[in-house]
Each structure stands twice: as structure tokens, then as C-alpha cells.
Design a protein around this ligand. Structure first.
Ligand SMILES: Cc1cc2nc3c(=O)[nH]c(=O)nc-3n(C[C@H](O)[C@H](O)[C@H](O)COP(=O)(O)O)c2cc1C
Length: 390
């Protein structure tokens, strides 16, 4: 079974990610991991931190001579800013006067709920772990999941649909999303350059006013065979697993599969993807008129592209802070401000790719099994042949 964990604080020494259950013999290219980490750090509207840090994945275990060995994989991502924080966040007792308090909780962040829960007098330790810095660790192990899926012919990428009030209303093809991936500069990762410019203007306005904004990304998984996930048990449904995986990302407040939201207001005749036969390119000869279901019916992948959207609320750290209360005096004050992003939709999309890849890899391993890539691939190819013969 594929399992994963992350550890580490935003301004601590490092993040650590642990991935257990990958078969042996999967080639691991560290350059690919680093490019995924770079993609997560891009996008117009990121804070100063992204300029000082360039993440690299330091693989500590589970990979030898360029390939997995079936043992747990652990990856360390150094926080380059640690030198500026080691006195205020020491592991030992340290000097309490060096501590950097988060004196008033930010509405929308985890500050107040976390301080109450863990009985902290202020929110420093809450911020440190609730921060989306953690998502970098997920991107590192998600990259390994992507390498595994690639061996099975599957790929996972994302693009940005909405930033603030600007939305790209047309469907974006896999080929276009693929060309976005090849770019060496990422502005807002939108498939239409005119819409992307308007998205940038939206961010510019926010930068001027000290506000923040959210948006929508879409993750697309290409070449996923029919049969991943099952309706047999509630927690094995692929749509439920993907929703939880994407919702688990910081600031994601809604998840949509296919045209899920609009379908609630439409007629069945215009929503459901009619079935034909005689197709030549798919896993089977069955074909569909469109893919409103987003590649999943009954909690099972149906062979079409899987399309998952994540809806992000606006960033909760505002340069023009909202009303809050001082943790010590209980007097009304403005919420704390610490250097912050104002728009993270492209980055959240990359983190969501990692979560979708990990979820698909887990389901693929559940279905095809295998302790070595030879065994997993043999089982996978046998199943693909079974589909062809159906
Ligand atoms: C890639 C990414 C970067 C983020 N950067 C910031 C940030 O710089 N400042 C901030 O206040 N929130 C940021 N957030 C959002 C917060 O982490 C998130 O709102 C907070 O942890 C509370 O969790 P919740 O919104 O899921 O309830 C970011 C989210 C993502 C996905």
C-alpha cells in the first residue's frame, strides 16, 4: 500500500517527506523532482520568499543507483531561510527574547483555531505548520508518483482557470496543457495569453490595494485506464479520494469533478456523456460524446481524462490587515502581517497535481500490485490486454 507523510515547519531547518510502498526498480531522475519543485515556486503574485529560495530534493533513502529499491523513500528539502530563524525557532530552550510572536490571529488562517486547540498563548507554532510551505514536501513525493504513473502511460498536469474575477471559460485540451508545462517562465499558467494578461492585471490591482485573491485550477490526468477506484466501498471511490486529496491542500475550499457544479443546475440529457462504439484510440472501443463526468462514474475511472478542479479562497494574510484581537491584551487590533503571497493559484495547481498523482498511484498499486516494476508492469499490461479483448 502506498502511504505518505510530511514533516517540517515553514521556517524550520527543513521539510521531510516519506513515501512508502513504491515498487523496486522505478528510475528516479532528481532533475525531474527539482523541476516540479521549481514549478510550485512560480507564478505572478508570490511573496518575497520564493525569490530567496530555490527548492531542491535531497533524497536520503529508498533510491540507490538511480532507482527505487522498495524501501521507504525519504526526501529532505532544506529551508534556505533557516539561518535567519534558528535563534527564534530553536529545537533546544534557546533565548525566549528571540521568539517571534504572531500576536493577533489572521482571520481565515489557522492561527486562532490552532492556538485554542494546542493551548498556545500566540500563533507562531500554528503558522509554522499550517503554512503551505508544507506543500513543497508533497510535490517532491508527488513527483515520484508521477514517475511511476508515467511508466504506466499516465500523466498529470494542471492549468489555471480563474484568478479573482477573471475566468477562462473554454475547455482546455491536454495538448495545450502539455505545452504550458514546457514553458520556462510561468506567469499564471493560463492556456489563453489574453486571459492570462487580464489575470495579471487582477493581481496588479490587488498588489496596489493590499488585498488578496483566490481562484480556480484544474488538474487533468491523461491516459488513466478504466477501473481505478470502486463503488464497492465508500472510501474506495476514486472521486471521494481525489476530493479529499485536493481539499487537503491549504486554502482549497471546494473540489469539483468534471462539470460537477454546473451539472446540478442542468438537465440529465445535456450532462451525461452518451456512449458509442467503434473508437480506435482508447483503452476500449467504447467512446463518449464529451467528458462532463470528468473521467469518473460510480467512483470508478471510466477511461476518459480525469478532470478535477480546486477552488481557492483568497490568501488570508493581508497587507491591509483585517480586524482581530491581541492574544495578550484581548484588545481590538489589526491582524498580524508577515511577508506573504497574494496569488497562489498556479502553485496550488502544481501541489494538487502531486496529490492527484499520489492518489492515482495508490489506486494503481492497489489494482495492479507488484513489489518490482517488472511485476507491476506485467500486471498492468495484462489488464490493458483484457480491456482490449473485452
Ligand atoms: C501554494 C500556496 C501558498 C500559500 N501562501 C500563503 C501565504 O503566503 N500567506 C497566507 O496567508 N496564506 C497562504 N496560503 C494559504 C494558507 O496556507 C491557508 O489559507 C491556511 O493554511 C489556512 O488553511 P485553510 O485555508 O485551508 O483553512 C497558501 C496556500 C497555497 C496552496
Amino acid at each position: 500500500m502506498l502511504r505518505y507523510f510530511t514533516a517540517g515547519e515553514s521556517h524550520g531547518e527543513a521539510l521531510v517527506a516519506l513515501l512508502s510502498g513504491m515498487p523496486a526498480g522505478l528510475k528516479v531522475d532528481p532533475g525531474f523532482l527539482d523541476r516540479e519543485l521549481w514549478r510550485r515556486q512560480q507564478g505572478y503574485g508570490r511573496g518575497g520568499r520564493m525569490k530567496i529560495e530555490r527548492d531542491t530534493a535531497h533524497i536520503l533513502s529508498g533510491v540507490r543507483h538511480g532507482a527505487t529499491i522498495g524501501s521507504p523513500i525519504s526526501i529532505l528539502l532544506e529551508n534556505r531561510d533557516w539561518k535567519n530563524w534558528q535563534e527564534s525557532l530553536p529545537v533546544g530552550d534557546g533565548d525566549p527574547t528571540k521568539h517571534k510572536r504572531v500576536a493577533s490571529p489572521r482571520p481565515g488562517h489557522a492561527d486562532l483555531a490552532g492556538a485554542l486547540k494546542y493551548n498556545f498563548p500566540e500563533a507562531r507554532y500554528v503558522l509554522e505548520r499550517a503554512s503551505a510551505r508544507e506543500s513543497a514536501a508533497r510535490v517532491a513525493i508527488g513527483a515520484i508518483a508521477k514517475l511511476f504513473l508515467r511508466e504506466l502511460g499516465m500523466e498529470v498536469l494542471s492549468h489555471v482557470v480563474t484568478v479573482g474575477r477573471v475566468t477562462l471559460s473554454k475547455q482546455v485540451s491536454w495538448e495545450t496543457i502539455r505545452t504550458l508545462y514546457d514553458r520556462d517562465e510561468i506567469l499564471l499558467n493560463c492556456a489563453d495569453s489574453e486571459v492570462e494578461q487580464r489575470m495579471k492585471e487582477e493581481v496588479d490591482e490587488i498588489l496596489k490595494t493590499g488585498d488578496s485573491l483566490g481562484g480556480v485550477f484544474e488538474v487533468v490526468a491523461h491516459q488513466v485506464p478504466p477501473g481505478l477506484g470502486t463503488y464497492a466501498q465508500w472510501d474506495e471511490r476514486l472521486d471521494a479520494q481525489l476530493a479529499a486529496a485536493v481539499m487537503s491542500l491549504q486554502a482549497v475550499k471546494a473540489v469539483e469533478i468534471g462539470v460537477g457544479v454546473a451539472s446540478a443546475f442542468a438537465r440529465g440529457s445535456s450532462v451525461h456523456d452518451e456512449i458509442g462504439y467503434g473508437g480506435k484510440s482508447g483503452f476500449t472501443a467504447f467512446s463518449r460524446t464529451h467528458n462532463n463526468a470528468g473521467g469518473i462514474e460510480g467512483g470508478v475511472s471510466n477511461g476518459e481524462e480525469i478532470r478535477v478542479r480546486g477552488y481557492l479562497k483568497p490568501i488570508s494574510t493581508l497587507r491591509r490587515p483585517l480586524e482581530s484581537v491581541d492574544f495578550s491584551t484581548r484588545e481590538p487590533v489589526k491582524a498580524a502581517y508577515e511577508r506573504s503571497d497574494v496569488c497562489v493559484v498556479p502553485a496550488a495547481g502544481v501541489a494538487a497535481e502531486a496529490m492527484v498523482a499520489l492518489t492515482l498511484a495508490r489506486n494503481a498499486l492497489e489494482k495492479f500490485g507488484g513489489d518490482s516494476m517488472t511485476e507491476s508492469l506485467r500486471n498492468f499490461r495484462g489488464y490493458v490486454q483484457q480491456l482490449k479483448n473485452y
